[in-house]
Design a binder for this molecule. Sequence first.
Ligand code: GDP
Ligand code: MG
Length: 385
Amino acid sequence: MSEILIVVVIIVFGLALVGLGIGASRRARRRTDQIARDLGIPEEELPLLPDTLPPVVTVPEVEPTVEAPTEFAEPEAPEPEAAPRVKPRLRDRLGKTRAAFAGALGALRGGGSIDDDTWDELEEALILADVGVPTTTRILDDVKARVAADKITTVDGVGEVLRAELASLLEVGDRDLACPAGETNVWMFVGVNGVGKTTTIAKLAQRETGEGRTVVLAAADTFRAAAAEQLATWADRVGADLVRGQDGADPGSVVFDAMSAAQSRDADLVLVDTAGRLHTKVNLMEELKKLRRIVDRTPGALKEVLLVVDASTGQNGLAQARQFAEAVDVTGVVLTKLDGTAKGGIVLAIQAELGIPVKLVGVGESADDLMAFEPTEFVAALFEG
Ligand code: GDP
Ligand code: MG
């Protein structure tokens, strides 16, 4: 029986080999025919070509000897952790706002004596930089009064008076962020959607943990599903604790849990992220008041209510600020996205019209791009050529 099986296997194997041979010789014939036709040579004169072609030899790529100029080289993506921390400079990040002011200041620097054009150009530049009409009028009135009182006749002199006027306009209130040692301190962040609340919290969490404080982040923006995730990523990165609820959970319960967690861990600081959009504005303001009341159950814990305003929204940002300031007692403004906008003049409008100090400015998207707002540095940056 087994002999029969062996014989059958040998026969099948043999037939397969013959088949392959026939196939191979047919393929060789077809290739020969094709080449003969392509070259116009009688078929008989061509040798039968082998069925398989020699293996393709890949030539190793030769490095070009001419080096690409370094300024065109793609920068390597920096490792987030390994990247050296470069402290941003306000002057460098204010490029567009500086350019908006430059028109007016250029006219003032041109020398000569004061005429109607001087005031017109100055007014136009201040409006263009989104200082807003009321604040622009106030600045011009003050500057004109000083110029008259001091009998200033040159355009250069007006520049000096303007500089002093802007600096004094910005001298509003106390810019410190309160965080006394040995107690639970809460900073709440409010503002419409997309202005940079969560990013600002992340930046501050990094700064405060870097200064040795224990920080708890409260993800009380439960309205938007991705908000807690965004905060969780940052908490992880900067080494802060995170308290979050289910999506759509009551933000009040998140704040309550965060307060309890902070107290049981003796944390120094709770940063409360809130939703920027609810079904109606009334709803949003009521929600914020409610969160505030929950924090106030620990008397004295609420140290800051920081209104986050996107500088690039200019006068709209001012209107928002007014509404938030009416609903919750805002202790300071964080003005974000000052890099990339020409509307930095909004700083002046917020302080002059609302009397709320701008405490921090955001000048980029990375964790280091947050600065304490320094009025003299800001004004100097506008005036430096
Ligand atoms: P939220 O809705 O108020 O929490 O806003 P987010 O923190 O989510 O920020 C919205 C967008 O603004 C994100 O893409 C941020 O990276 C960006 N952003 C925040 N702050 C700044 C800033 O200072 N400069 C720039 N250029 N972008 C910023
Ligand atoms: Mg957010």
